[in-house]
Design a protein around this ligand. Sequence first.
Ligand code: PMP
Ligand code: GLN
Length: 389
Amino acid sequence: MKPVNALLANTGTPIFTVMSALAVQHRAINLGQGFPDTDGPAAALRDGRNQYPPMTGVAELRQAVAAANARHYGLTVDPDREVVVTSGATEAITACLMALLDPGDEVVLIEPLYDTYLPVVKLLGAVPRLVRLAPPRWDLPRAELAAAFGPRTKAILLNSPMNPTGKVFTAAELAFIADLLVRHDAYAVCDEVYEHLTFDGWRHIPLMTLPGLWPRCLRIGSAGKTFSLTGWKVGYVTAPAPLAQVVAKAHQNLTFTTPPNLQRAVAVGLAKDEGYFAALSRSLQAKRDRLGAGLAGLGMTVLPAMGSYFITADYGGLGFAGDDAAFCRHITESAGVAAIPLSAFYADLSSPGPYARFAFCKQDGVLDEAVARLARHFATPTTKLTAAG
Ligand code: PMP
Ligand code: GLN
C-alpha cells in the first residue's frame, strides 16, 4: 500500500499523553500535563440548544470576546467580522497558520515551543526558522531574532505568557518584534491562552495593541485556561476582518462549528468582573510559590515564572545521572510524581540543561503531597539516582 502522510507517520505520541499514561500506571501525582484538578460548572451542560451554531461562533460569545478585548486591552473589535470561535486554541493555531501560509513561506518560531507549532507549520509546507531563548531568564535574543527574519518571512508565532517557561514578553521585547514585523511586512499569530494567568504584577500585553500592529496580528484565547476547563476546547481568534475572514474559511474546513452550549457558557464567563480574573491569578501565583518553595527545599533551583500553569526546575543539584526524559520517567515511576522534560519543547529534543516542567494548577493538598513524595524519595539513602532507576 502507498505510504500515509510521512510527517504524521513519523510523529510520536505527544509527551503529555506519554507522561499522563505513565502517571496513571504508577499512580503518580500528575504535575506533567497542564490541567487543573477542579470541576467546572455543570449548569452549562444543561443548555438545551445543541444543534449546529453559526460557523464563526454564537453571537453571545463573539460579543463577549469583543467586549473582553475592549475591557482588558482597550481594543475595538467588531464581533461580527473580527472574531472567530474555534474548538480550542489548538484548532485556532492551525486555522490561523492555514489562513496565512503558502508552501515555502518562512515562519519564525521561538524555542522552547508548544508541541503543535512545528508539525502544523511543516504540514502546511512552510519552513520553520527557530530562535532559542536561553535560561534562566529566557530573554529575547534580539540579534538572533532579527537574523531569522528575511524576505520570505510570512509570520512569527508568538506565545506569551509562554508555555513551558512561564515567561511574559516585556513591552520592550514586543516593540522589537513589532518593528521586525513592520520592516519585513510579516504577520503574527499570537498564542495568548495564558493571558489572564500572570503573577507578581506582570501584565500581559497583546502584540496587537502596539501602535500599527492591529492589521498584522491574530490573537488567540482559550476558555480552557481562562476558566480552568481544559476539556471544553473552546478557543477564540481576534483579528482584523480581512484576516478573520480567511481564518473562518480554515475553521470551516477543520471543524466547521464548536459546541454551542459550551460557547454560551464561556460567554457568561468572559463577562465576569475583575474580581474573578484577579482571584484566578492570585490563586495560581500562590500555587506557583507553594510548589516552587517545595521543590527549592529539595535542592532544585526553580526558574522565575511570571505566568502560565508551569514552573521549570533545575534538578542538577539532586545528583541524578541521566537526561531530563530519564529524570521525569524516574520520578514518575519511583517517586510517584510526574513532570515533563523540557527537551520535549525543542525541535531536536535537546535541552538547555537539567530541566523539568512542573504544573502547579492543582489543589494545594496535591502539590504538598507531590513535594512530600519527592522529599521521601530523594532523602532515601538507598535511592539510586540513575537513569535506570
Ligand atoms: N497553546 C498553548 C501554549 C497551550 O499551552 C495550550 C494548552 N493546552 C494550547 C495552546 C491549547 O489550548 P486548547 O486546550 O484551548 O486547545
Ligand atoms: N497544554 C497542556 C500542557 O502543556 C497540554 C495539552 C495537551 O495535552 N496537548 O501541558
